[in-house]
Design a protein around this ligand. Structure first.
Ligand SMILES: Cc1cc2nc3c(=O)[nH]c(=O)nc-3n(C[C@H](O)[C@H](O)[C@H](O)COP(=O)(O)O)c2cc1C
Length: 442
């Protein structure tokens, strides 16, 4: 729970919805690269005083993928447009540390931070799926290597973002001084995977640097988060396990000199909202009726890192080798299947809906009750909302659930500040070179 007693809210935007069959619902706009839908979601999120609008990203695709991973905009391009249609909403996107260069990522997110007046956030991912390597003609590194690369990548970006003192760009016409002498501190980064020895060609960000999010929950994922992340996205579907994860991760902050409030843990959360529980359950049944089981099985196979197409759907979920792809996610799904005695078909339905994230099916009050419980009982600092389809179910959340949370004092009625850091309650990081008189790196 945050020091101010308020939960943080993000909306995880996938144009075709989070439920694999969501796009087919009569109240859904089917998705694809649809700017008016994206603008509607961003403006609605800001009306609901959300902290963040988040876009995930992956690369290689096929036919039977989750529809939301096929037809979509490149995230930073879209967020740049949305920055002009919003004033307070945080703008978060994934960028891969396995298939990018630190300079490109540091520059793109710094640019977004400037464009938006301090609202950018980077979701650091290692791109779990081996098929991603195909579009780059590269071998997909192992889980351990991906995290070693990620660790260097983030450090290189942090150094790039500190290239300039905060007051470097004086742009003094009378004296003819554009940047103050001695204000450039070009990185001198020599890692095993990256070398960066030149400065970023942008002033320091309004937020110091963009907010850093981390979305891997394995041991190396948690270690990276404890060192560098300010927000953690995670998939949890059991309050006891979510609480254990929360405690374990917060417990890793102190050795890095960090207080618990410097890291916000925001599990994914799919609400299926009806006027009452019966209506919500009918909606969920309707979504499942239109589900293509082959597609659901592909999404499940991707998550488990094993092709499940040859297995009996009505049999128990078999024992599988540990995945090297989405380690914590594969484990979460297998643990859930064992705990609840699910068949493979049941697990397909679960994955097709929320991919293993927490789900609540009920009225607006039931949804608010579940969120309040997770928040108050130390399982979450906030939630990353995953509506089954857009815009209908997201509008329902903002119009029906947010007012209940506001009435209970659990979410804000007005934004506290103009930057994402202000609203998340995160300090603006000082430049590591601040107060140092040397400008030797110049
Ligand atoms: C909310 C959320 C969003 C994620 N977004 C992405 C993404 O955009 N691209 C990606 O490759 N992985 C994404 N992931 C997956 C994680 O980066 C990570 O691979 C996965 O959680 C398994 O992590 P682990 O191997 O550390 O267990 C996301 C995970 C979560 C919980």
């Amino acid at each position: 729970m945050n020091a101010d007693g308020r939960m943080r809210l993000g909306v995880f935007v996938q144009a075709a919805g989070h439920h694999v069959a969501g796009w087919r619902h009569p109240d859904a706009i089917p998705g694809g690269p649809d700017l008016s839908l994206m603008r509607h979601i961003a403006v609605t999120a800001e009306r609901g005083k959300f902290d963040m609008f988040f876009l995930a990203d992956n690369f290689a695709t096929g036919y039977a993928e989750h529809p939301s991973s096929i037809g979509k905009f490149e995230p930073i391009t879209l967020l740049s447009v949305l920055s002009a249609h919003t004033t307070h909403l945080g703008l978060a996107a994934t960028a891969s540390t396995t298939y990018s260069e630190p300079y490109h990522v540091a520059r793109a997110f710094a640019s977004l931070d400037h464009l938006s007046g301090g609202r950018a956030a980077w979701n650091v991912v290692t791109s779990s799926y081996p098929k991603n390597g195909r579009v780059f003609g590269r071998e997909h590194p192992s889980h351990a290597d991906r995290y070693a690369i990620a660790s260097e990548f983030v450090e290189a970006c942090l150094q790039l973002w500190d290239s300039w003192d905060d007051d470097a760009f004086v742009m003094d016409k009378a004296r003819g001084t554009f940047v103050r002498p001695g204000s450039l501190h070009a990185p001198d980064f020599h890692g095993e995977h990256f070398t960066v020895t030149g400065g970023l060609n942008l002033p320091r960000c309004p937020q110091g640097h963009p907010v850093i999010i981390q979305a891997g929950s394995s041991a190396p994922g948690q270690a990276l988060a404890a060192r560098t992340a300010e927000v953690v996205f995670t998939a949890q579907n059991d309050i006891d396990e979510a609480r254990a994860f929360y405690r374990a991760l917060k417990g890793q902050l102190a050795p890095h000199g960090r207080g618990e409030d410097t890291l916000k843990i925001m599990p994914g959360f799919m609400p299926i909202i009806g006027r009452d529980e019966a209506e919500a359950r009918a909606l969920f049944a309707e979504l499942n009726r239109t589900l293509d089981m082959k597609q659901a099985n592909t999404v499940l196979s991707d998550r488990l890192g094993t092709d499940m197409s040859g297995h009996d759907l009505d049999g128990p979920v078999p024992d599988l080798p540990e995945s090297d792809h989405l380690k914590s996610r594969a484990k979460l799904l297998l643990d859930t299947a064992r705990r609840e005695g699910l068949t493979l078909r049941d697990l397909c339905y679960r994955v097709a809906a929320a991919r293993g994230h927490m789900m609540v099916i009920g009225s607006a009050t039931q949804v608010a009750d579940a969120m309040e419980r997770w928040f108050r009982e130390g399982a979450a600092d906030g939630f990353n909302l995953m509506p089954p389809f857009f815009p209908g179910q997201f509008d329902a959340f903002v119009d029906q659930v947010v007012p209940i949370l506001q009435q209970r004092g659990l979410v804000r009625r007005e934004y506290e500040g103009t930057t994402l850091r202000d609203n998340l309650g995160l300090a603006r990081p000082a430049n590591r070179h601040a107060g140092r008189m040397d400008s030797a790196a110049e």
